[in-house]
Design a protein around this ligand. Structure first.
Ligand code: ATP
Ligand code: MG
Length: 289
């Protein structure tokens, strides 16, 4: 329990205790150590946490507080960390007592919209039921609205979502995610929706040095190491991929690493019956890149 002391009729609440009790520092430390870069986004999450803590403290002292709708928009290219941050967000909101469960339900249009008349409402409601008490993450949300198709059932789904987002906002947070341009168009054609999404967060593409840092973080998590020359080779590989189509930021880095691990395994396998050391097993060589 947060300690509330009464001093000369003036009640005090402890911000520090509230913070510690909810073990928020842990989440923020994880956020800093597990995610490279993304500083504006990390700060944004801290701001939201601060706001919610102040709301709770106000509530303890009987001061008025209004529930800030926390529905969000995450825009950015593939592999920029949207899903990962959404998971963290769910955890933070849970620890702050904003949502009951802290689980994340990820869906796309096909999970919400039916093919035939009468199918959409039950589908959308089913998803909402699953997500209640947690965070509903709608990936590539702009697909929900297809203005070219007059008989599109997406609109029906949006209307149900809107209603629930308004009426049950203290029990559900909806995050709409997708590429920036398409999402901007989506909000422009759905003003009702855009006005209910208070937090717009843009995920920029990673720089070369951030991509390299992400690669190193992934490698150390998986207990692999690079040599000086294989690190250079990795850097060159990333540079090359940066300019190519379908480059997907951190996701591409993960794929490059997976490939390198595969090549390392084959190389070791084909090296004959020689005795292997730990160093052999953890080191990715130039030829693996
Ligand atoms: N800043 C980061 N630091 C370390 N790892 C990261 C970072 N951003 C993303 N990753 C890793 O990259 C992978 C892809 O990230 P994520 O799935 O969150 O991206 P996304 O924006 O949701 O992509 P998509 O649009 O393709 O769904 C994950 O394995 C994640 O752990
Ligand atoms: Mg994702």
């Amino acid at each position: 329990m947060t300690v509330i002391r009464h001093l000369e009729g003036d009640a005090l609440v402890s911000l520090k205790e509230e913070y510690e009790e909810r073990r928020l520092q842990e989440v923020f430390d994880d956020l800093d150590s597990e995610l490279v870069g993304l500083l504006p986004i990390k700060n944004r999450l801290k701001e939201i946490a601060a706001l919610l803590i102040v709301h709770r403290l106000r509530a303890h002292l009987g001061l008025s507080f209004s529930n800030p709708g926390l529905h969000m928009s995450f825009t950015g290219n593939p592999g920029t960390g949207k899903t990962t941050v959404a998971l963290k967000m769910a955890d933070i909101l849970f620890r702050l007592g904003y949502i009951r469960n802290g689980h994340l339900v990820t869906v796309t249009r096909d999970d919400l919209v039916g093919q035939y008349i009468g199918h959409t409402a039950p589908k959308t409601k089913e998803v909402l039921k699953k997500a209640m008490g947690g965070v509903l993450f709608i990936d590539e949300a702009y697909y929900l609205y297809k203005p070219d198709n007059e008989r599109d059932y997406g609109v029906e789904s949006i209307e149900i979502l809107l209603q629930v987002m308004e009426n049950q906002r203290d029990d559900l947070v909806v995050i709409f995610a997708g590429y920036k341009d398409s999402m901007d168009k989506f909000y422009a054609s759905n003003p009702g929706l855009s006005s209910r999404v208070a937090n717009h967060v843009d995920f920029p593409d990673y720089s070369l040095s951030e991509l390299l840092a992400i690669a190193k973080l992934m490698l150390s998590d998986q207990q692999y190491v690079l040599t000086t020359s294989s690190e250079l080779a990795l850097c060159e590989r990333i540079k090359l991929r940066l300019g190519q189509p379908h480059f997907a930021n951190a996701r591409t880095i993960r794929n490059i690493i997976d490939q390198a691990k595969m090549r390392q395994a084959s190389r070791i396998f084909n090296s004959g019956g020689r005795v292997l050391t730990k160093v052999d097993l953890v080191t990715l060589q130039v030829e693996d890149m």
